[in-house]
Design a protein around this ligand. Structure first.
Ligand SMILES: [Zn+2]
Length: 197
């Protein structure tokens, strides 16, 4: 008895990804707040006890929050691809390296907003190297993930759909598609199949 596939297939396509839109709006709001509040004259004037400007702290919170949400999107997308999206599952190993690359590249400037004023020459150099190592590491991670991923992918792409093999029976002239060794109509032994497209 043929089983009908219910449940999942009745879902609206793409409904499973609606949450990405919610995160996108959240990220946009955080970016806007960081940019707008950070440019408020009020925030420029109020100084913290140290050399830190309030505007930089506000910008850091906005941009940092946006990066954090972006990171969460990556994690959740990776999990969803693995569990529920079999056709796109090949993207899964690439998501987190890409997310890490973006977060580190942007995070370098964002974190510098609040810790920059406190770094002397040596500390700044250490800070730079931490990010250089992190970004290079993420790039290598991405390259390896892509290589590991693309080898099976290429192999499956190389398997072209096999064309039907058509063989005419020499005795009864029946046209047979993908026959065995004997004619299905008259039982005569078939000629060795040669590919006739
Ligand atoms: Zn035949």
């Amino acid at each position: 008895m043929a089983m009908l596939r219910g449940g999942e297939s009745e879902e609206i396509p793409g409904a499973r990804w609606l949450w990405v839109g919610h995160y996108a709006v959240g990220i946009l709001i955080a970016l806007l707040l960081g940019a707008i509040l950070g440019s408020f004259p009020l925030f420029h004037q109020s100084l913290f006890p140290s050399k830190l400007r309030a505007s930089d702290v506000v910008s850091f919170m906005g941009y940092g929050g946006a990066l954090l949400m972006f990171w969460l999107v990556g994690q959740r997308a990776a999990a969803q691809l693995e569990q529920r999206e079999k056709t796109l599952a090949f993207l899964r190993p690439l998501i987190m390296p890409v997310v890490q690359l973006i977060v580190l590249s942007l995070g370098y400037m964002v974190l510098l907003l609040v810790i920059g004023p406190f770094l002397d020459q040596t500390a700044k150099s250490i800070y730079n190297w931490i990010f250089i190592i992190g970004i290079v590491g993420a790039s290598l991670w991405l390259s390896f993930a892509w290589l590991r991923q693309s080898v099976p992918l290429l192999e499956s792409l190389g398997q072209a759909p096999v064309a039907d093999l058509r063989v005419s029976c020499l005795r009864c002239n029946a046209l047979l598609i993908n026959p065995g060794r004997f004619c299905e109509e008259c039982g005569a032994r078939l000629p060795r199949p040669s590919a006739q497209l």
